[in-house]
Ligand binder design. Sequence first.
Ligand code: SR1
Ligand code: MG
Length: 419
Amino acid sequence: MSTAYRALNDGTLPGVLSELPNVRDFLGGAAETWTVEEVGDGNLNLVFIVKGPQGAVVVKQALPYVRLVGDSWPLPLERSYYEHMALSEQARHAPRLVPKIHHYDRDLALIVMEYLTPHVIMRKGLIRGVEYPLFAGHIAEFMAQTLFNTSALAVPAAVHKQRIAAFAGNTELCKITEDLVFTDPYRVAKLNRWTTPYLDDIAAQFRRDEPLKIKVQERKLQFLTSAEAMIHGDLHTGSVMLTPQDTRVIDPEFAFVGPMGFDVGAVIGNLLIAYYAQAGHEERFGQRNPYRHWILLQTENVWRLFSRRFLELWDKSRSGDAYMPELFTEPEGAVAFAAEKQRFMRKLLTDTISFAGIKMIRRILGLAHTEDLESIKDPALRARCERKALTMARRMVLDADRFTGMNEVAHAARAVLGV
Ligand code: SR1
Ligand code: MG
């Protein structure tokens, strides 16, 4: 840890910010007049909102341990370095879909960034039943731009290898995913928790489910070894802040060069969690809850818009070392290349569905849960929602390659719900 590092608080933060001319001028007035509020409700970091007479900023500072668990679980501050690098790279490809950075301090593991208002964390909006008509298009654009443009489909081999090397040190954050997503839900682990006693039986079944465990381990190997593109690495609905008009992706501290389907799957899996949580929020809409249908429709929209945009980018690209267009100039070559692109997207769909299912399971049987389900107060009702989500998730992991489109996933999701 840098000797300059110290965890900041509302008393010490203004002094640090007042030393940064661009931030000081942006906030305006004297540091003593700024208001500071610590609002972090995530699992890892401190997050402050600082308001001055002219402007406001968000300050995110890494803690040297996992906030959710405490200082018994140390975590490198350097995750902030990877987050800043990922944010900068994402801004090159999707500038309107990420927060702007005012300042980065490596010693303090601190990023000063745009204060997004009146944006809310998407998960909270989904719990309140808010529709976001532009979300699917925006997240599809974000994923297509960042995943395509950081892959060897878009860049020369040397650039791709440099990027792999640049993120290779983010191993501890990757290890969190390896353990909490791909391993712990399938074994007895101290940190696992679930709605007890209602899910004890299904948790035990999952631990004994050999076909499921094999499929998940196949995906863990893919997560460990597949260097397709720079991925966000934690693209759940808590990593999206939005309004009905504007969408921003935040928090890429888990970024590294990994499998593209892990990001797309995180979005789809978290939408499906919100879908199954709806039965626990029915006091709002009653049994014919139309909002639930809106959520499910977004899974189809996200995949349709993402795959279309990804292919558009690929069709235009001339600079990638993989599948050089000059190899396919003859008419037969063009036909073969077009078919290959379709095959590539079908594999990406399969990866997406499988990773989505795995992400759903970890949020119900692992350590870190979601507010969508946790906010259902009646434990029996919550467990009924969770069982349906687990049933669907297991099917997605086992049968990922049998789904030919996201519409079939949505159809299966409705069947599991019984509507
Ligand atoms: C100990 S960290 C738990 C989870 O929080 C983050 O959002 C990631 O999803 C991680 O797995
Ligand atoms: Mg996060």
